[in-house]
Design a protein around this ligand. Structure first.
Ligand code: ARG
Ligand code: GLU
Length: 721
């Protein structure tokens, strides 16, 4: 009897367990569409609030606490006085600008003891989303079948202007329209931008950047990657330029903070401004991204990083000069390697091919689809094959100019001279001054010896990687003159160029405009840059633009085709485009490789395990060690341990840094700052088995603010649960 009952019960349990695992954690969703597309699933995964608590235009909702931070990161409001939380690496530039040798806030941290000590940051802004409207119909109303891509775009652009101007908004608000689903839909955003954003607090880099490049993109992670700012508004509460009379912003909504922490399988939600993804590439596009483009970029950066590293290890001065450059170059170098490996490991290309098979079969079942979309996918894959050499050459070119700084300067000089040409020679004097001022910071961190060696490696890789007919006749000429020897060429460049120091550059542009222009083909460095640039413009960027326009067109049609043909199997989300999105998932570990399992939580014990006294990546501040030894965690510890970071299956990308991690009740539990290395391929191929985002536990943030820094005035203004 019991047996008989047990069996169906077990079956139901089993089915439930299986069903749990089929929840889609893939997707970066539009907050205003959640109620129609996602609410049910989110509740099924454990969410306890309604879609209207996340996005509402009638009442304060979660979206009113989230801002785009300077356009490159996300931040959230965590008090009724406009206090903002974001990552340390998002606030890095601001912290660096306020730092000096006497007051090294990067190294020692910074805590404003009162409002008057909060530091303004010219240029930094925080943008709220007031409202999002679907304007697709109005945007596309002049689009006619058979229009060329260019005609279509100008028909749309004319309408967009009109829609933007007519959109209802207040005088202090802005409007912006962006394409979604590869240009099949358009949404209007009404926004409010505050430009008085002040630095409030930051931990020392040994906490905020703990693990540095070695741990970047890596789990298990132990970084307290946070910093705090505050939005100031005019007395009327509206955006106002910086003034000492401005007052802390009274936000429409401030996040409540939960000290409860998370358990395995708990629902999590991350809201923020993800920058760019390409989730709907055809198989040829995915293959090309990892096999060709990532590979080319990694090859170039590999060489550049090895050389920088060699010098940095030998020379402390160079180490300081090149630290930020090295980190910037290493960040995506590592990300692309993870992407290549992840796509391979999860058979990303094979899965796309399988998906394309299903799509084709499904397409065949409906004559209307066949007529509308037949052949689109094949043409698209065909165009990706055609664009390959040009896209590869573009990436070699941009990596060369980026990593050989003599070429970066040369390129900037050319752009500057072009600007003068456009605005008139009368402007030369003033523009020259501005140009020189803008170059000063650059030379402080420039070492011609390092750059020379980078050039020796990278020019050779460029000449090998880019076919002669694409690099162009001018480059071929110079390459020939130097017997295809990049060392000989580089020796000449660095010995004779007027660009290798601030003094030389100043002397160079001190000459009359026409002399400078004439000199451009004589100075060996600028001559080479001009030659490469000419090759790039004539042979690479033109065909690239034509092919790309065809690809964009087909990518749009293919997107619509997938939504029609595969719509019953899958709900589609638009690729990231730096607009506000919601992603949701579950707290969970993963198995990166055979026999290895990663847990989902890290603790302060792990910081101490990684501790290397005096090391630039893994040093730990004495005060933190002391708190650890005393287990003095206040109300933030659990069972005598201090949680540091955790992971979950939220689908995030660059730009999501600083995004709040929220629990089932929409309460703040953590701060997003990275992804795991094995899962960085989620930008083109999300796989729920290994794609995880990394967050700092909010309790670690509060512990550092409260116990480590003693900045209790900040804790007092927050709502803690
Ligand atoms: N990988 C993170 C993000 O892409 C963090 C980067 C900053 N941290 C660093 N160690 N470079 O962009
Ligand atoms: N660190 C990234 C950022 O700066 C977020 C990590 C990611 O790419 O997911 O936005």
């Amino acid at each position: 009897m019991l047996q008989r009952i047990m069996k169906p019960v077990l079956l139901v349990v089993l089915l439930l367990v299986l069903a749990r695992h089929t929840y889609a954690t893939e997707g970066m969703w539009l907050p205003q569409l959640l109620s129609g597309l996602n609410e049910k699933e989110m509740k099924g995964m454990g969410m306890k609030i309604a879609a209207a608590d996340i996005y509402s235009i009638n009442k304060g909702s979660l979206k009113d606490a989230i801002v785009s931070f300077g356009g490159f990161c996300t931040a959230e409001v965590i008090s009724e006085q406009g206090l903002l939380l974001t990552n340390h690496h998002c606030g890095y530039d601001a912290i660096q600008k306020h730092s000096s040798l006497q007051n090294n806030f990067l190294e020692n941290g910074f805590w404003a003891k009162s409002a008057v000590e909060e530091l303004p940051n010219p240029g930094l802004f925080a943008t709220f989303i007031v409202r999002i409207d679907d304007v697709t119909k109005a945007a596309l109303q002049d689009v006619k079948p058979g229009m060329s891509e260019r005609e279509r775009q100008s028909a749309i652009d004319r309408r967009l202007n009109e829609i933007r101007q007519q959109a209802r908004h207040e005088s202090w608000q802005e409007t912006m329209i962006k394409p979604f689903y590869e240009g099949n839909q358009y949404f209007l955003f009404v926004t409010e931008t505050y430009r008085d954003v002040r630095l409030v607090g930051a931990p020392p880099s040994s906490i905020g950047k703990f693990g540095s490049d070695t741990d970047n993109w890596v789990w298990p992670r132990h970084t307290g990657d946070f910093s705090m700012f505050r939005i100031y508004a005019g007395k009327d509460g509206r955006p106002a330029p910086y003034s000492k009379d401005n007052v802390p912003l009274k936000p429409r909504y401030a996040l409540t903070i939960s000290l409860k922490g998370v358990k395995q399988n708990d629902f999590t939600m991350v809201m923020g401004f993800p920058g760019r993804t390409s989730e709907y590439l055809p198989s040829e596009g995915v293959k090309q991204t990892v096999d060709v483009l990532d590979a080319a970029k990694v090859e170039m950066r590999d060489a550049a990083l090895k050389i920088m590293d060699g010098y940095m290890r030998k020379d402390p001065q160079i180490k300081i000069q090149y630290a930020a450059k090295f980190a910037g170059t290493a960040n995506y170098w590592k990300k692309w390697m993870g992407e290549m490996q992840g796509v391979k490991q999860t058979n990303g290309v094979g899965k796309k091919l399988q998906y394309e098979d299903t799509y084709r079969q499904q397409l065949e079942t409906n004559p209307v689809w066949k007529q509308q979309y037949g052949g689109v996918l094949d043409s698209l894959n065909g165009y990706y094959q055609q664009i390959q050499p040009y896209a590869q050459a573009r990436d070699y070119y941009s990596e060369l100019v980026r990593n050989v700084e003599l070429f970066t300067v040369g390129d900037r000089l050319i752009s500057f001279l072009n600007d003068v040409h456009e605005r008139g020679e009368a402007q030369y004097e003033t523009m020259r001054q501005q140009f020189l001022v803008s170059m000063q910071g650059f030379y402080q961190n420039y070492n011609a010896g390092v750059d020379h060696d980078v050039a020796v490696s990278l020019i050779a890789l460029y000449a090998k990687g880019v076919p002669a007919q694409l690099a162009g006749a001018e480059f071929a000429q110079i390459w020939q003159e130097n017997n295809k020897n990049s060392r000989a060429l580089s020796d000449k460049l660095y010995a004779a160029s007027g660009l290798t120091s601030m003094d030389k550059l100043t002397a160079f542009v001190q000459q009359p405009y026409n002399t400078v222009v004439a000199q451009m083909w004589k100075d060996p460095a600028t001559r080479l840059v001009m030659a490469m640039r000419k090759g790039y413009v004539d042979n690479i960027s033109r065909p690239l633009a034509d092919l790309q326009s065809n690809i964009n067109n087909l990518q749009r049609i293919y997107m619509q085709a997938q939504m029609d043909v595969m719509g019953s199997k899958k709900v589609f989300y638009p690729d990231a485009n730096s607009t506000l999105r919601v992603t949701y998932g579950k707290v969970d570990g993963y198995n990166p490789r055979d026999a290895i399992h990663y847990d989902f939580y890290t603790y302060l014990d792990g910081v101490m395990e990684k501790y290397i006294p005096g090391d630039y990546e893994f040093d730990v501040p004495a005060r933190l060690i002391e708190l650890y030894k005393k287990k003095d965690y206040g109300r933030y510890g659990v069972n005598g341990r201090m949680p540091v970071c955790f992971i979950a299956s939220n689908h995030t990308t660059g730009g999501n840094s600083g995004s709040p991690a929220l629990d089932a009740y929409g309460r703040l539990i953590g701060l997003n700052f990275d992804r795991t290395w094995e899962g960085t391929m989620s930008d083109i191929n999300f796989d729920p088995a290994i794609c995880r985002n990394i967050m700092v536990d909010i309790r670690y943030v509060l512990f550092i603010v409260d116990k480590y820094a003693g900045c209790t005035r900040l804790i007092d203004e927050m709502k803690l649960l």
